[in-house]
Design a protein around this ligand. Structure first.
Ligand SMILES: [Mg+2]
Length: 177
């Protein structure tokens, strides 16, 4: 994982609202000790293509182990997903963590519910997810630390494919600027 320090000398704009604070290949590559060292006490975790592959019902061994390790390290975790209640409840229940479905990310309502569930302010929470326009943008609106992971696989919902089309422009622009 690598991150960038916010120097705080620029006003926020859409580009900075979409820029993740750190990136990791997979959930299991997100360093739990480094999050704790930043004062992070809770995690808002995306479900599809971050914790679990598209259409699968449970995380792979490494992702499941990461959730257990993070919980053991004192991090509170809640799943926040645009997916349906049955699917979110099944995955969250199997891991013993909370789950909020129908989140309509990046709209603020789901993130507000997730922070309330964690009983933490945004600055003490990391959002981990695979999408700029839902996970990263929504997290930034609440002052969360944002970690972008690579999608587990490239199958997606139709609407997600539209977001990914625009994500490629944003990421390509950032690399060239
Ligand atoms: Mg996702």
């Amino acid at each position: 994982m690598y991150g960038s320090e916010d120097t705080g000398d620029k006003p926020p704009n859409l580009g900075s609202m979409l820029a993740p604070d750190a990136m990791a290949a997979r959930l299991c590559d997100v360093p739990i000790a480094a999050l704790r060292a930043r004062g992070i006490c809770g995690i808002i975790l995306d479900l599809d293509n971050t914790l679990v592959g598209f259409g699968l019902d449970e995380p792979d061994e490494a992702s499941g182990a990461w959730v257990r390790e993070a919980t053991a390290a004192g991090l509170r975790i809640v799943l926040l997903s645009n997916n349906f209640p049955e699917r979110v409840a099944r995955v969250a229940g199997a891991l013993g963590i909370g789950g909020i479905p129908n989140a309509l990310k990046p709209l603020p309502f789901g993130f507000a519910r997730a922070l309330k569930h964690l009983a933490l302010p945004g600055r003490a929470v990391a959002v981990v997810g695979d999408q700029l326009f839902t996970d990263m943008l929504g997290g930034k609106l609440f002052g969360c630390y944002t970690v972008l992971t690579e999608p587990i696989e490239h199958r997606d919902f139709p609407l997600t494919r539209v977001f990914r089309f625009f994500e490629r422009f944003v990421l390509a622009h950032r690399r060239s600027s």
